[in-house]
Design a protein around this ligand. Structure first.
Ligand SMILES: *Cc1c(COP(=O)(O)O)cnc(C)c1O
Length: 360
């Protein structure tokens, strides 16, 4: 093996990480029109277009850049994560790109499709002990034992994206809206998992002085809405969210309530209904968190319509339908959990057609 200076390795690693998937950027901005509300243009920023199919790809790319730049990752550092989600899939991809070993500690009950997605990117996993909350502790211990780097997205993603350079999701939204009839949106709507995406958008709005307001939608059981509404920075529910990627049992360090103008709690059945409607009405196949985004977006569009405001609203497709076909997108899965999307689906269909909610 040729001896290389660690800085040469680092520069090459950062170049590779930045270049991966760059031919797919900017991700598409899809227009969605509601016949019942002709004065408002809705746009969906499609983050499922990244190589690993999820918006987590952006966060993990930034975390690898930051870990290399800060010296935490070198040519022989194993990378450890504590999730079975989209962070693990993206983490496995970037680790392989740099020739590093990747292991993630996953909950004992993780579905085989999810593990297959991690394996397809060259990652390994290890089943955690119960309860799922202990996975973080276990992953940290593993990282320590191996002399590895723990990829801690809840703590590091927000700072990494701010420091990584290159266009953010917010830069891409405003660039692309430049040529549209309403180039400065009234609202941008997103969910919060790590909180990094909402923080990146909120920082951008302040930096560029846009009057656009930031709305964050929140699923059942999440600590974020009560934390924002009560001003209690360490609010915890202790209950896991049923909508993958968003909602947390406790307030995570990357969540920045001061940047958020409005939080909208969304029933889980409404999230499932909205994502079903999106497929039927627009042919867009998205994951459940996109339904949460869309439900919140419709409420804001209804407010605009009532106030006689024309303009645009932007929200995100966080990931595609692929990982959820046998779970969230399967009517039997919803029924077994006592979730009935039917009335919500009728409401959103009527709103799109007439501009009125069923009760108003
Ligand atoms: C992580 C995630 C989010 C939330 O993004 P954060 O930047 O972590 O707050 C939303 N949707 C999906 C599908 C996600 O995976």
């Amino acid at each position: 093996m040729t001896e290389r200076h660690p800085n040469a390795w680092a520069a090459e690693a950062i170049r590779r990480v930045r270049e991966d998937g760059s031919h797919l950027l900017p991700t598409p901005l899809r227009a969605l029109s509601l016949p019942g509300v002709p004065g408002v243009d809705i746009y969906l920023k499609d983050e499922s277009a990244h190589p690993t199919g999820s918006m987590k790809y952006r966060l993990v790319r930034a975390m690898f850049c930051e870990a290399v730049a800060s010296g935490a990752l070198t040519a022989d550092t194993p990378v450890i994560a504590a999730t079975s989600g989209a962070v693990a899939v993206a983490g496995a991809r970037f680790a392989r790109l740099l020739g590093l070993e990747f292991t993630t500690v996953v909950p004992a009950k993780t579905a085989p499709e999810v593990l297959a997605a991690i394996a397809a990117e060259g990652g390994r996993w290890q089943r955690g002990e119960q309860p799922p909350a202990a996975a973080q502790t276990e992953a940290r211990a593993l990282a320590e034992r191996l002399g590895g780097h723990f990829l801690d997205h809840f703590t590091d993603a927000e700072r990494a994206v701010a420091g990584c350079g290159g266009p953010t999701v917010a830069d891409e939204i405003f660039d692309r809206l430049g040529g549209e009839p309403h180039p400065v949106p009234e609202w941008i709507v997103t969910g919060a998992g790590t909180g990094a995406t909402s923080a990146v958008i909120g920082r951008h709005l302040r930096r560029d002085g846009h009057p656009t307001r930031l709305a964050v939608v929140d699923p059942e059981n999440s600590a974020y809405f009560p934390a924002w509404a009560s001003g209690c920075a360490d609010y915890a529910t202790g209950m896991p969210s049923r909508i993958p990627g968003i909602g947390r049992p406790r307030t995570e360090p990357g969540f920045r309530p001061a940047l958020i103008d409005l939080m909208i709690p969304v029933p889980d059945a409404a999230s499932l209904a909205a994502v079903r409607w999106l497929r039927t009405a627009a042919g867009i196949e998205a994951g459940p968190s996109t339904g949460t985004n869309l439900w919140g977006t419709c409420h804001l569009v209804a407010r605009m319509r009532e106030a006689g405001i024309r303009g645009s609203v932007v929200t995100l497709v966080g990931d595609g339908a692929g990982p959820y076909r046998s779970t969230h997108l399967d009517p039997a899965w919803a029924r077994e959990r006592g979730l009935d999307p039917t009335p919500y689906e009728a409401a959103i269909e009527r709103f799109a057609r007439t501009g009125h909610w069923a009760d108003g």
